[in-house]
Write a protein that binds this ligand. Structure first.
Ligand SMILES: Cc1cc2nc3c(=O)[nH]c(=O)nc-3n(C[C@H](O)[C@H](O)[C@H](O)COP(=O)(O)O)c2cc1C
Length: 284
């Protein structure tokens, strides 16, 4: 059983790297073989938006970068730990860069499910509102089930080694992911959050001013006050709309994205004529 750690920090021997390695030591204590990849050591080109991968499996216009290698490592593993520091309230840009390359994984939607866990070091309490967003998107697109997530307050390079509690929790989260991969038990063990699907605390108020929505999953509920505390109640049918439920993701890909090819091909000549003036405008 193999546990892969993806490091979204550029810093060598930084807090993310240390916490990930500590977690991998925990995974090894459960009998896992382990590997770590620092994403910034690899070439991750931006998605070119050509759409080829949507219609033909494994076809991508980007030919000369390391994303296929990274995906092959993810395919090989039985469980994954994503680590990335908080940068400007969310995760680092390299994580988003990888997310944007994940369209090609649409063909696999619903076919694999692996456990994953998340480690996020940050420096300032309260300056982390969006850190769960990217990890939830990335893991869901990759067909992974998040079983836990820890955020750790630590500022300077490698300072986290001074925080024994943080080091212990990283070790435990690594042991836990290896046990989950081994026992195929993907039960969520982290902070419950408000959204019962992705466990984030973020919610959007919709224009009817009655409904709230998890921006990540798209599940909707109603706010209420119980004993002076805000709570969100979800109707049963809210689950039908969770965009990361494997069948919803499959339907989105199969019945919304894939058929757009016909319209695109049918309108080719008309578009060619109409875009001419934009091609010429401000063209250097
Ligand atoms: C450009 C930059 C932006 C940052 N933005 C935030 C932030 O919004 N919130 C926060 O709590 N910490 C922020 N930090 C601090 C890092 O999250 C923190 O130092 C973390 O421990 C770094 O982990 P690393 O050593 O693995 O890179 C930022 C750091 C940098 C360099």
């Amino acid at each position: 059983m193999k546990i892969l750690a993806l490091n979204g920090s550029f810093r060598k021997n930084g807090n993310t790297e240390i916490l990930l390695k500590q977690a991998l030591m925990g995974a090894q204590s459960e009998g896992a073989s382990v590997e770590i990849i620092r994403l910034t050591d690899y070439k991750i080109e931006p998605c070119r938006g050509c759409g080829l991968c949507l219609f033909r499996e494994n076809v991508c216009q980007v030919q000369d970068d390391d994303v296929p290698f990274i995906f092959s490592k993810i395919d090989e593993c039985d469980g994954m730990i994503l680590g990335a520091p908080c940068y400007f309230l969310e995760l680092t840009a390299v994580v988003k860069q990888l997310i944007d390359r994940c369209w090609i994984l649409g063909h696999k939607t619903g076919k694999v499910r692996k456990p994953a866990t998340v480690i996020v070091p940050y420096a300032t309490r309260g300056w982390t509102p969006y850190v769960s967003l990217q990890s939830n998107i990335l893991l869901n697109i990759m067909g992974m089930t998040k079983i836990n997530e820890i955020t750790i307050c630590t500022q300077g390079i490698s300072e986290v080694v001074l925080d024994q509690e943080a080091m212990d929790s990283a070790h435990e989260i690594g042991r836990e992911i290896a046990a989950a991969a081994k026992n195929k038990d993907f039960t969520y063990k982290g902070d419950p959050g408000v959204c019962p699907s992705c466990h984030d605390w973020l919610f959007r108020i919709l224009k009817d001013r009655e409904t709230v929505e998890c921006p990540t999953c798209g599940v909707r509920g109603k706010l209420s006050l119980r004993d002076g505390k805000i709570s969100v109640t979800f109707e049963e049918k809210a689950w039908a709309d969770s965009r990361f439920r494997p069948d919803v993701g499959y339907n989105h890909f199969t019945y919304h994205i894939a058929p757009s090819k016909d319209y695109f091909l049918r309108t080719k000549e008309e578009r060619k004529l109409k875009i001419q003036k934009f091609k010429e405008y401000l063209n250097r």
